[in-house]
Design a protein around this ligand. Structure first.
Ligand SMILES: Cc1cc2nc3c(=O)[nH]c(=O)nc-3n(C[C@H](O)[C@H](O)[C@H](O)COP(=O)(O)O)c2cc1C
Length: 219
């Protein structure tokens, strides 16, 4: 419904100041959107996302829905230098104009990323950086009260490897007035039957359930 509303606007209109502050449509549905940012389609990040999705589907009410978005299906340019230097110009005309309405019409955003270079993947980082395009006074990306969760996969057997990413997501959620719902993790080498594998399965199950609880009890 909101997507249809947005289609009535040209790309330029989308960014033009109407009133100061928020004018973008806000979601009212109990939708979770997952954004997948692994270069490997069927790797461990995808496996973990499947676990959380299955748990969500097991625990959800009829009015709850999940949609899975693969960031690799979209063109996401790095933050534009000229836009940063001159905020009066329109942001880049790439596929962020399709992705932003998906965020706005969701109650929970679930980011699924491998650990690359001790942090989120490049495509995920570009995606997050580009939220900035929508966060100024003209076109405020109002995420107040939405939930944010993160999934990670990494090769290093240390279970503390993704902690900086959890910290980053928690700080980001606080900054944006979102509710940080936590994360789940898988170590690449974890085999079925191992403790690490069992912990990942359980954490994913709990996160899927926590997301449905959040949707159930939040407005
Ligand atoms: C470019 C690159 C950088 C990586 N950096 C790290 C790292 O800093 N720490 C780590 O534990 N694993 C690192 N890895 C390993 C991946 O996190 C691991 O293989 C993970 O399972 C990839 O996700 P996938 O299974 O969805 O492909 C890196 C892999 C790549 C390709």
């Amino acid at each position: 419904m909101y997507l249809e509303f947005l289609h009535h606007y040209s790309y330029a209109d989308f960014y033009l100041p109407k009133n100061k502050g928020v004018y973008m449509p806000q979601q009212t549905t109990k939708t979770v959107t997952t954004f997948f940012g692994s270069a490997r389609l069927n790797g461990k990040t995808g496996w973990l996302l499947d676990q959380v999705t299955a748990s969500f589907n097991k625990h959800k009410d009829n009015d709850m829905a999940i949609r899975n978005i693969d960031l690799y299906d979209y063109k996401i340019s790095p933050l534009s230098r000229s836009f940063i230097e001159n905020k009066s110009e329109a942001p880049l005309d790439d596929d962020m104009k399709e992705l932003i309405p998906m965020i706005l019409t969701s109650k929970v955003i679930l980011l699924a990323t491998p650990i690359y270079w001790f942090t989120v993947s490049g495509i995920m980082k570009n995606f997050l950086d580009r939220w900035y395009d929508f966060s100024d006074e003209r076109a405020k990306l109002n995420l107040d009260g939405k939930g944010l969760a993160v999934l990670t996969a990494h090769a290093n057997p240390s279970s503390t490897m993704p902690f900086p990413v959890y910290k980053m997501m928690e700080e980001g959620a606080n900054f944006l007035n979102m509710v940080y719902l936590g994360g789940a993790d898988i170590i690449t080498s974890a085999e079925s039957g191992s403790n690490e594998y069992a912990i990942s399965v359980k954490t994913a199950e709990l996160l899927g359930k926590r997301i449905t609880d959040f949707l159930r009890y939040s407005k």
